[in-house]
Design a protein around this ligand. Structure first.
Ligand SMILES: [Fe+2]
Ligand SMILES: [Fe+2]
Length: 179
């Protein structure tokens, strides 16, 4: 992370705090969805549980890894930086749906899709920045996490498609269970 932090370390910290805020919220979103999925009796919802649990744990790993990086750069993991604040404000709608108890599981996946699209783009941005700075170590760490995010997005997209195929076309397709 040294090359990346060379010019404006405070701006890098702001960006990492933004990701951290998002990942923390992501863990809460997954926990809330998993709690509702666990109570569901629908076989297709049950089929998606193992993969969703794995993705939840990956969000947690992202959160903890970011905390380590922020501390190593002398930052404060609890500081609500400018970009962290922006992310918090932007996430309110998604959290209202998922944390405040919309009972419909397809609605939860719909909201999670919005979160995962931003999650993917956030890690992609970090990868691009590290590449631009010639920081190969940081780039490889970011890319590992971007790979997880691509899998999260694919599963959620497929789940939203499954619900739409059922509702609009009246067809039954198997639940996505990951790669
Ligand atoms: Fe994430
Ligand atoms: Fe994610």
């Amino acid at each position: 992370m040294k090359k990346l932090a060379k010019t404006h370390p405070d701006k890098l910290l702001d960006l990492l705090c933004e990701r951290l805020t998002f990942e923390r919220s992501g863990v809460q979103l997954y926990d809330a969805i998993l709690a509702k999925m666990t109570k569901s009796k629908a076989p297709k919802i049950k089929d998606m549980l193992p993969q969703m649990k794995e993705h939840r744990d990956q969000e947690k790993e992202h959160e903890e890894w970011l905390e380590e990086q922020i501390r190593a750069l002398g930052g404060d993991t609890e500081q609500l930086t400018e970009m962290a604040k922006l992310t918090k404000a932007e996430s309110v709608g998604i959290e209202n749906v998922i944390l405040d108890g919309d009972p419909k599981i397809p609605h939860l996946f719909h909201a999670l899709l919005a979160a995962e699209l931003v999650d993917n783009t956030g890690w992609e941005l970090l990868c691009d920045l590290a590449e631009e700075a010639g920081d190969e170590d940081a780039q490889s760490e970011f890319e590992q996490r971007l790979e997880h995010e691509e899998e999260h997005l694919e599963l959620v997209k497929q789940a939203v498609e499954m619900f739409a195929i059922r509702d609009v076309l009246g067809e039954d397709v198997p639940a996505p269970t990951g790669p």
